[in-house]
Write a protein that binds this ligand. Structure first.
Ligand code: ACM
Ligand code: ZN
Length: 727
């Protein structure tokens, strides 16, 4: 973690060594900024003018300026904000010139005006976003001259609404939040194994059945949905409303239906799309079976055409994304018809069959006036139409490969852009693409491994939010998206020469936190780092104006906890918890001192279970008291399954924590089950139900055994148990 070395009061910043573009604190940082003397004052007399074709932007701006007292009575003459068309300004670009008399925004497109307005809003007090004044604002725009335009035409965010369903209101809010950052593409991952989320009139079962998981539903419960019916979908009416709302804010929606794999929600409702295979064709990367379309069945292309036809009529944008990722191609190798097809078409590898499928879809998509897009796996097995866009997700080099093959490419490499990854080691989140910190995201330059002549194939960059872990806690979608998405916005919009991590981090923590707060976003605050040395606990935050609060009794600090003002002498550092507080509600996760390990008891223990372990994670992993190894099942767990921890000698403990799921990722835990303990090894006393796979208890006397009992068919296809934490 890095400390910013100097604190500069806001005014002094104008004289700092930073380019003017950065001192303005706008995110993404504009191309050219000159800061002049004076201010433009907003008030009831302010007039907003535009020509007729700019009515949306004018009304939008007025609605935001109401909090500044702007009434649009058009009677005053004390100041004018004017939107003026200037066809010499590049697409999406704008100029913004302000002095004491007027603010002039010039642009050649609706998008350009919209972005000029966004820059103007960021120059105003942050309450411009909530519309709720605090009474202390100065409603003034600094006198400036800004010329601004984007580095890339594609600045996107992908959201998976299949694993976790988000309703229309959430998506609408999300559109606002993206647009405030000059993000102009929303890649809507609408279908996957765990739910089909868009109404298709011709195939009603896709949503009537395929949008739901739970006991007795088409889809098995997963990701913590447990014993409850879980799901939802967007009607075509909802989609139209969202598309319109997004378009007004210059956001094109790219719908994705993930094909030919990731299709359990289809195969569970229209099983006739599967290969006719008697044998087990194995699992997909995510452990799904039978989730791949048969690619040699001609009827499937008719169904796909019908689906794409409806999609094309709903989404006015250029692209339709057909997925193409992580296909379990052994389904085709086990299919007589697909194998025959390969032979008769002289195909040697199943990836050639995938390419055949992709090329068929290109034609269908193009027939309905759209351009196809897909994940970087579509580069395999053969050529693509030269207009087909490739989303490079596996690495930066996949993007380079795509560009080298001549395809228009969007860079969203997991190690930088996957916002479902953890932001620090102890936070919830996946880690298969590494820890994706704000600084890591900001460090992506799509051009880093490319030479001059093919850079024009880079369409832009995109953040991606997969949602296996997003159903809990509430508003985790916001925590994972912000502020990392602001980094995506700046990578996609700003000139490299204007970018610096130090400046970005300062703009985020000193100014943009206030804006996001007023936007209504539950954003992430970076936790402090606490260490213990020579009898003293130290805590540091990643920025010097952070407020750190602490507790000394193992509880999580809250807004009444004391503020950390300096090193604390103590013999008991493990009792301390620290958190950074942006305000009373928005704060970091609590942390302990990082360089002193909790020491748990490690009594000799034998663990037994009726559950069959998968080949890599034996039951013995949970008696070794190594807390990062675990016992994982080969199959789904069912009611009556158990895991029994028996101690060689009775154990005395002030507190025992029973946890399930993959440690620190919060995945594959026991959704329905309880814990009991035994003093004599035969009679058991119930402790209580597991809550999100976890329970902590204090046994009244020495105990001989602890048992986890499963009470309903467990969520997900696998289940994971951990070592006991015995204090
Ligand atoms: C992906 O992450 N499977 C595109
Ligand atoms: Zn087949």
């Amino acid at each position: 973690m890095r400390l910013i070395k100097i604190i500069l009061p806001a005014l002094l910043m104008l004289n700092s060594g930073l380019p003017a573009a950065q001192t303005l604190s706008v995110i993404p940082v504009p191309a050219e900024v000159k800061i002049k003397k004076g201010v433009f004052k907003l008030g009831p007399e302010t007039v907003v003018r535009s020509d007729e074709r700019n009515q949306f932007n004018r009304t939008y701006l007025l609605s935001k300026l109401r909090v500044a007292g702007v009434t649009d009575k058009r009677t005053g003459n004390s100041g004018v904000i004017e939107l003026i068309t200037d066809n010499t300004i590049p697409q999406e670009g704008y100029s913004l010139i302000s002095d004491s008399l007027r603010v002039t925004i010039k642009a050649s497109s609706k998008a350009g005006f919209f972005y000029g307005i966004q820059t103007l809003l960021q120059m105003l007090p942050p309450t411009v976003y909530s519309g709720v004044a605090n009474g202390f604002e100065k409603w003034e725009v600094p006198a400036v001259e800004i010329n601004d335009y984007p580095r890339y035409g594609y600045r996107g965010m992908m959201l998976d609404v299949s694993r976790t369903f988000f309703d229309k209101a959430t998506i609408i809010n999300y559109m606002d939040w993206l647009s405030y950052h000059k993000i102009n593409k929303f890649h809507w991952h609408l279908t996957d194994d765990n739910g089909w989320r868009i109404e298709i009139k011709k195939y009603p079962l896709l949503t009537a059945r395929g949008a739901w998981r739970g006991p007795g539903e088409a889809l098995a419960p997963t990701f913590g949905s447990g014993n409850k019916r879980y799901g939802g979908f967007f009607s075509q009416k909802d989609v139209k409303e969202i598309v319109k709302y997004a378009a007004e804010r210059n956001i094109e929606i790219i719908p994705e239906i993930d094909l030919p794999g990731h299709s359990k929600a289809v195969t569970a409702t229209y099983p006739e799309v599967l290969c006719e295979s008697k044998k087990d064709a194995g699992e997909s990367v995510q452990g799904e079976v039978s989730n791949v379309w048969c690619v040699s069945n001609e009827k499937n292309y008719k169904m796909l055409e019908n689906i794409i036809k409806e999609l094309a009529s709903l989404f006015p944008g250029k692209y339709i994304h057909i997925g193409g990722d992580e296909v379990n191609m052994s389904s085709w190798e086990h299919c007589e018809s697909c194998s025959e097809f390969m032979k008769s078409h002289d195909m040697k590898r199943p990836s050639e069959l995938q390419n055949y499928f992709v090329r068929r879809l290109e034609k269908i998509v193009e027939k309905y006036g759209k351009t196809m897009a897909g994940w970087d796996e579509i580069l395999e097995g053969g050529d693509l139409h030269k207009s087909t866009a490739v989303y490079a997700w596996r690495s930066v080099n996949k993007g380079v490969e795509s560009i080298t093959k001549g395809q228009p490419t969007i860079f969203m490499p997991g190690p930088y852009c996957y916002l479902d990854m953890k932001q620090s080691p102890l936070e919830r989140g996946h880690n298969w693409a590494g820890i994706v910190t704000l600084e890591k995201t900001y460090s992506l330059d799509p051009e880093q491994n490319l030479t001059g002549d093919n850079k024009n194939l880079i369409l832009g960059v995109q953040g991606g939010l997969w949602t296996e872990l997003l159903a809990w806690p509430p508003r985790f979608i916001e925590y994972q998206t912000f502020p990392r998405m602001a980094a995506i916005a700046e990578i996609g919009w700003s000139k490299r020469a204007n970018m610096s991590w130090e400046s970005f981090h300062e703009r985020i923590t000193k100014y943009h936190f206030d804006r996001m707060n007023q936007m209504g976003i539950a954003f992430r605050v970076e936790p402090p780092v606490a260490t213990y040395e020579n009898g003293v606990v130290y805590a540091t935050a990643s920025y010097p104006w952070a407020v750190i609060r602490y507790s000394d009794n193992e509880s999580n600090p809250d807004s009444h906890s004391p503020v950390y003002c300096g090193p604390i002498s103590t013999a008991d550092p493990l009792k301390y918890r620290f958190a950074v507080f942006y305000n009373d509600f928005t704060r970091s996760i609590p942390v302990k001192v990082q360089n002193v390990d909790y020491v748990y008891q490690t009594p000799a223990t034998v663990v037994t279970s009726n559950i069959v372990a998968n080949e890599k994670s034996s039951v013995n992993n949970v008696s070794d008291y190594k807390y990062d190894t675990y016992f994982r099942s080969a199959t789904k767990a069912k009611a009556g399954d158990y895991v029994l921890y028996t101690f060689q000698e009775p154990v005395e403990s002030k507190r025992i924590t029973v946890e399930s799921g993959i440690p620190v990722i919060d995945f594959y835990w026991v959704t329905d089950g309880y814990v009991e303990y035994s003093v004599n090894g035969t009679d058991f006393i119930k402790v209580g139900e597991l809550n999100r796979g976890k329970i902590t208890f204090t046994p009244a006397e020495k105990i001989k055994a602890v048992k986890i009992v499963i009470t309903a068919p467990n969520d997900a296809n696998t289940i994971v148990f951990q070592d006991l934490k015995i204090e």
